[in-house]
Design a protein around this ligand. Structure first.
Ligand SMILES: [Zn+2]
Ligand SMILES: [Zn+2]
Length: 323
């Protein structure tokens, strides 16, 4: 216990230094053990936006840190910039999981992939960039690399750059990754005409996070997300409950995304400790403030509207860390 207290200044401050009785020391030990286990998985919402341009909400990207693993899910607009804000260099990311091939989930790939070769004291990618995704991912990745071929060849020749190749794993539903106790399970979701579209469940040390990907109400999402600690759920609002659709396009968009009410139905079935919205697409800005209330009319559990760089720690408790 002494060693544990000294190893972490904050915990040392929090533990009661005056308590000498053994029972009180045991209480402290329990508290420290709980605090240490409370961050088995750390999830950071790098981008909570959609294709709609926004300086506040960048494109879809979610970082999951579990044990020694650092996994990126989707790489939308500005993902490398948000990682930099976390003091994570592009070269420190070498595992990417793609949910589907809409550009708001992939357009940051070239930036993250190539900027990883620009000398950075924090780290550069040494091996191949490992990319998992549905059918079509290989073409997206290889075509992007080909589009930047002149740049990539020059960097290799002149700068001796590494990490500029990618190894793509085209995947289907099932366990797609296992390492250091971390398991990633891909599952099919219903994103209308965009097929295939995947969600992901990440399991580590008895805890889990589920990333819905882009989907409308989906029984398969509910099945794979059941009783997870954290559900990172997409949401789209094209109109208020009493309003008319402004166009056929709006109606079609809504049909393959999740409305706040549908999210409420999903959460009721999934029963997550915490649900957090990402991919927050509203076509009228005033709709954003209504999302959580609309969801809570269906579901009375804890729901949070995500923000870029919001972190959620998962362990004995699920805690939102925001600064
Ligand atoms: Zn999509
Ligand atoms: Zn999307």
């Amino acid at each position: 216990m002494e060693t544990q207290s000294k190893s972490d200044e904050n915990e040392a401050k929090e533990s009661n230094q005056d308590s000498n009785s053994s029972s009180e020391q045991n209480d402290d030990t329990d508290k420290i053990a709980q605090e240490e286990s409370s961050a088995d998985i750390k999830v950071t919402l790098l981008g909570t936006g959609s294709p709609v341009l926004s300086m506040d909400r960048f494109g879809s990207a979610t970082l999951v840190e579990a044990g020694d693993e650092r996994l990126l899910f989707d790489v939308g607009r500005g993902a490398a910039l948000r990682l930099d804000q976390m003091d994570i260099a592009p070269g420190m990311i070498d595992k990417l999981f793609v949910t589907h091939l809409h550009h708001d989930h992939t357009v940051g790939f070239a930036d993250l992939h190539i900027t990883a070769a620009v000398p950075d004291p924090r780290g550069n990618r040494e091996g191949d960039f490992q990319v998992w995704g549905p059918k079509g991912t290989e073409n997206m990745v290889n075509s992007t690399i080909q589009a930047f071929e002149v740049d990539i060849q020059t960097r290799k020749k002149v700068e001796g750059a590494s990490g500029l190749e990618a190894e793509v794993h085209e995947i289907e539903e099932g366990v797609v990754y296992e390492n250091n106790g971390v398991e990633v399970i891909a599952f099919n979701v219903d994103h209308g005409p965009m097929k295939p579209a995947l969600g992901y469940r990440i399991n580590y040390n008895g805890h889990s996070v589920v990333i819905s990907g882009d989907t409308t109400y989906s029984e398969n999402l509910i099945k794979y997300a059941k009783d997870t600690d954290l559900l990172v759920q997409e949401v789209v609002v094209v109109k208020g409950p009493e309003e008319e659709y402004q166009s056929e396009a709006h109606k079609n968009i809504e049909a393959y995304h999740t409305t706040p009410e549908q999210a409420g139905e999903i959460f009721k079935e999934v029963n997550p400790k915490l649900a957090v919205f990402t991919h927050i697409a509203t076509f009228l800005p005033e709709h954003e403030a209504t999302i959580v209330d609309r969801t809570n009319e269906i579901y009375d559990g804890k729901v949070v509207l995500g923000e870029d760089l919001m972190t959620i720690e998962i362990g004995a408790e699920v805690k939102v860390i925001q600064d």
